[in-house]
Design a protein around this ligand. Structure first.
Ligand SMILES: Nc1ncnc2c1ncn2[C@@H]1O[C@H](COP(=O)(O)OP(=O)(O)OP(=O)(O)O)[C@@H](O)[C@H]1O
Length: 355
C-alpha cells in the first residue's frame, strides 16, 4: 500500500467551475482541494451530476476551472497553455467509459496513435506499441479493429494507448461503467497490476462503491460539487461520516437491519428489554474470539441475529448484530470489555425479552 508520505502527484487547490445557465452561471465544482500521492490509486465517487467528469477533466485541463489551481508532478497546469500544456499532458494518460478508439484503425494502430502524434519514428512506434498490447493481454489481437473486439478488449486497447506516452498519471473516467461485472473485475485487476508494475498513479471517477472497494487506496466522496468525505478506503467503508457515503455503501456493505428485527426494535421501549448491539470488528481484531470471551467472562448471553465478514483492501471487516441478555450491570461491563478491545459497539435499540 502507498505510504501516506509519498510525494504528491496531483494537487487541486480550491477548484471552482461554473457553466453558463439560463439564469446565470451554474456552479458545478465548489472549492475542491485534493491531493493524490505518487503510486496511489485514488477514487472519486459521486452521484450523477455531482461534478466528477468535470473534476477529472480539470486535472488534464480538458476543462479549465473558473478559479483555483491544478498541479501535476509539481507543475502548475492551470498556468500553462499551448505547447507547454500539450507537453505537460503527455505525462497524463486517460481512459474513457466508451473507450474512444478510432474505428478505422487496428488495435495496434490505436495504441500507436499518441506516438505518431508526438512525431516518433515508425520503427520506434512499433517497438513501443506491441509490448503495450502484450502488457494488457492483447498481443494476439494487434490487427483486429475495434468492431472485432469485446468491450473489455476495447478498454484494454484504451489502457495500452493511454500508456503509450509513458505517463506518470492515469485518469479513468468511468472506465468500467459500460462493462459487465466480470469484465469490470478483470479491467480493475489490470489497472491494479499496472499501478504496481509501473508505479503509475491512478485517479478514477465512478458512481460504484464496488469499484472503489476493489482497487482504491483512498477515496473522496463528491456531492453537489464539494468533497464531503475523504480518507483511506478502509476507514471510509467502516466508519462513513456523510449521509451520501452511507447511501453508496448500502450497495456493498450490508449494514441494513433484517425487516423482522427492524419491527421488533420499533416496537421496543427505549431502555426496556434486551439491547440489540452492533459489534464492528476491523483489521487484525476481526479474528479474535471476543464474543465467546464476553460470554465466558460476564453473565451475559449473546444471541446472534446477523453477521457478516468482508474484506476491504484485503483487511477484514466484520459486522455482527447481537441481542444481549443479562442484567444492566453485566451488559454494561460486557460493552466496556468489547470497546476496550478496540472493537466498535453501538446499541441500536431494545427488543422485548420474550419476543
Ligand atoms: N459543458 C457543459 N456545459 C454546461 N453544463 C455542463 C457542462 N458539463 C457539465 N455540465 C453540468 O455540470 C454538472 C456536473 O456534470 P458532470 O458531468 O461533471 O457530473 P458527473 O458527476 O460526472 O455526472 P455523470 O455521472 O452523470 O456523468 C451537470 O449538471 C451537468 O449538466
Amino acid at each position: 500500500m502507498t505510504a501516506a508520505d509519498a510525494p504528491e502527484m496531483i494537487r487541486l487547490e480550491r477548484l471552482e467551475k461554473s457553466f453558463p445557465g439560463a439564469g446565470g452561471p451554474v456552479p458545478v465544482l465548489r472549492g475542491i482541494s485534493l491531493t493524490v500521492r505518487r503510486g496511489e490509486i485514488f477514487g472519486i465517487i459521486g452521484r450523477s451530476g455531482a461534478g466528477k467528469s468535470t473534476l477529472i477533466r480539470c486535472v488534464n485541463q480538458l476543462e479549465r476551472a473558473s478559479s483555483g489551481k491544478v498541479f501535476v508532478a509539481g507543475q502548475e497546469l492551470s498556468a500553462l497553455s499551448g505547447r507547454e500544456l500539450r507537453a505537460a499532458r503527455r505525462r497524463i494518460g486517460m481512459i474513457f467509459q466508451h473507450f474512444n478508439l478510432l474505428s478505422s484503425r487496428t488495435a495496434l494502430e490505436n495504441v500507436a496513435l499518441p506516438l505518431e502524434l508526438a512525431g516518433e519514428k515508425k520503427d520506434a512506434i512499433r517497438a513501443a506499441a506491441l509490448p503495450l498490447l502484450e502488457l494488457v493481454g492483447l498481443a494476439g489481437k494487434a490487427d483486429r479493429h475495434p468492431s472485432e473486439l469485446s468491450g473489455g478488449e476495447k478498454q484494454r486497447v484504451g489502457i495500452a494507448r493511454a500508456l503509450a506516452s509513458r505517463p506518470e498519471v492515469l485518469l479513468c473516467d468511468e472506465a468500467t461503467s459500460a462493462l459487465d461485472p466480470e469484465t469490470t473485475r478483470s479491467i480493475l485487476g489490470l489497472l491494479k497490476d499496472i499501478n504496481r508494475k509501473l508505479g503509475l498513479t491512478i485517479a478514477l471517477i465512478t458512481h460504484e462503491m464496488a469499484v472503489i472497494k476493489e482497487i482504491c487506496d483512498r477515496v473522496a466522496v463528491l456531492d453537489h460539487g464539494q468533497v464531503v468525505e475523504e480518507g483511506k478506503v478502509f476507514d471510509v467503508f467502516t466508519a462513513p461520516q456523510a449521509e451520501v457515503t452511507r447511501k453508496f455503501l448500502e450497495d456493498v456493505v450490508d449494514r441494513a437491519l433484517p425487516p423482522r428485527l427492524r419491527e421488533r426494535l420499533a416496537a421496543g421501549a427505549p431502555g426496556r428489554g434486551n439491547p440489540v448491539i452492533r459489534v464492528i470488528f476491523t483489521g487484525a481484531r476481526a479474528h479474535d474470539p471476543i464474543i465467546s470471551e464476553v460470554v465466558r467472562r460476564y453473565d451475559v448471553l449473546l444471541n446472534i441475529l446477523q453477521g457478516s465478514i468482508e474484506y476491504i483492501q484485503e483487511a477484514p471487516y466484520g459486522n455482527l448484530l447481537v441481542e444481549a441478555i443479562g442484567s444492566d450491570e453485566a451488559i454494561a461491563a460486557a460493552l466496556d470489555y468489547i470497546r476496550s478491545n478496540h472493537l466498535g459497539a453501538e446499541i441500536l435499540g431494545h427488543v422485548a425479552g420474550d419476543a
